[in-house]
Ligand binder design. Sequence first.
Ligand code: DGT
Ligand code: CA
Ligand code: CA
Ligand code: ZN
Length: 605
Amino acid sequence: MSRNDEIAAHLSEFADLLEATGVEYKPNAYRRAAENVADHPAPVEALAREGPDAVAEIDRVGDAIAAKVVEYVETGTIAELEELREEMPVDIVALTRVEGVGPKTVGTLYRERGITTLDELEAAAEAGEIRSVKGFGAKTEGNILDGIEFAREASERTRLGDARPVADDALAHLAAHDAVAKAEVCGSIRRWKATIGDVDVLVASDETEAVVEAFTDWGGADAVIEAGTIKASVRAAGTRVDLRVVDVTEFGAALQYFTGSKEHNVAVRNRAIDRGLKVNEYGVFDVSAVEDADGDDPDDDDPDVNDPDGDGPNGDQRVGERIAGETEPGVYEALGMEHVPPELREDTGEVEAAADDGDGTLPALIEEGDVRGDLHTHTDWSDGGFSIEEMVTAAADRGHDFHAVTDHAAGPGILGNVGLGEDEIQAQAEAVADVADDAPIEVFHGIEANIDADGAITTDDATLAELDLVVASPHSALDVDTDAATERLVRAVEHPEVDILGHPTGRIINSREGMAPDMERIAEAAAAADTAIEVNANPARLDADGTAVRAAIEVGATIAINTDAHTPREFEHVRYGVHTARRGWAERADVLNARSPAELRAFFR
Ligand code: DGT
Ligand code: CA
Ligand code: CA
Ligand code: ZN
């Protein structure tokens, strides 16, 4: 969590607790301020050191809120927030992760039933004690019970977008140290999973204790959980970060081992056994000449059973002739395999595809540098923070070749007057054309239209037909079963004016499950209708996910990787989208954003 995010999180908690105690209006002011603090392009802490007036320069941050920001930066706490926490000692962040439970509900359940934690909420729901609270009922109680497990997992796993900057920071800190020969992340973060249990960092060094010390001294660490001679763990921005230090000659083997997934490693190890080899975190060893290292039955050396570290139940880790281990490609090569990109290491066919004695080949995965522009972005015409010109300029500055303006259309799920009606869309067309005339890159005018509960698009066809492209997204009625979700989205992708299906499930990671449509059926319809399926790169969404991308590509659908940026800074999210698409085995030819403006115009037609 950046410092701005941390300040914003306290303002949000304040807003939620205020609302839980029954205060109206004020919570929303705090929430809007929190958003703008989080999005502020410069450190808000520096403004706070100048004083409340400087903080109040931030949009939507009034004097009272600015004073609280200054108080937080100066004292590390906000007195009024502490009072609220005492008045209502609830874990509001965890409780409001349960779908359908907002701050008001938390307040009611605290007053009526004394509920303060997820465990207490679950116990009360199981005991049937919630249905009798005024305004609840058996259905609501059932929904709460259904949502608890999801909320609990959400509290345990960190979003990739929150963990990755922490990992990058730890890596940069370590890489700058003299004793560090090599440093790399491993585990789920190297595989770019959407959520991260803990961050794993691997270092090669012959001064292990100096590295451990440098790690525990890292400014990003809030607390040291444990520190030994070759490993250590710290807590940073709410996430655990594990460090392991190995010898430089064993770095490749350790990197392969600790990147996982466990399932991938089991498949790799079985392949090694078939070839008279043994692979573990220390290297690849030729054990064909070794009868039985420790004198008992060689058959009990089954690495898949009771053998978490792959060194055999007999514990002989470095046995036989060592044939690889210094580099990771070398490890795979010794096993007769291509170097498997980390995103693919889930044991879903990548081991066979990488093998030099099989029929398959690994895909040539899409890379961040292949992306030539964004096809789903917002401006201050809807809920974005910047003008058309500012967004286009930022896209050009990033080296993009094109940029699509796709503000929200009015429709279900779009609040108040945020979305554009037909007249406003026409007016925006002129504004976009004005910017496009002087822009150094191709500018497309589109819209993010809404898919209603039946799969219809809620903007006039005639208006849609005038636009360069139409992104259609579900923003409402997300709590439907698989069949209804599939039918709805199939109908949307078959709409003749729709070019891209935006964030198909509508999930918000750790917050809202979204729909669970049959992505293969949607992809078949999309492929037939020449509609692309979006990987929304916002790290809160990553929707479609890797599994859905793979299903889509297998039936010939096209993928779009879009940031859905509401600010220029959010263009940075593209990497999360690219790596998610890579988890779905996407190649450059599968991805719309890798095409030229002329090719895109042809696709949109
Ligand atoms: P996470 O942290 O839950 O998001 O997932 P990972 O994959 O980062 O898992 P983690 O942190 O428990 O361990 C990192 C890697 O180390 C894991 O992907 C594979 C390897 N590893 C850890 N424990 C075992 C094990 O018991 N057996 C095998 N084969 N590999 C393991
Ligand atoms: Ca991990
Ligand atoms: Ca770990
Ligand atoms: Zn959007």
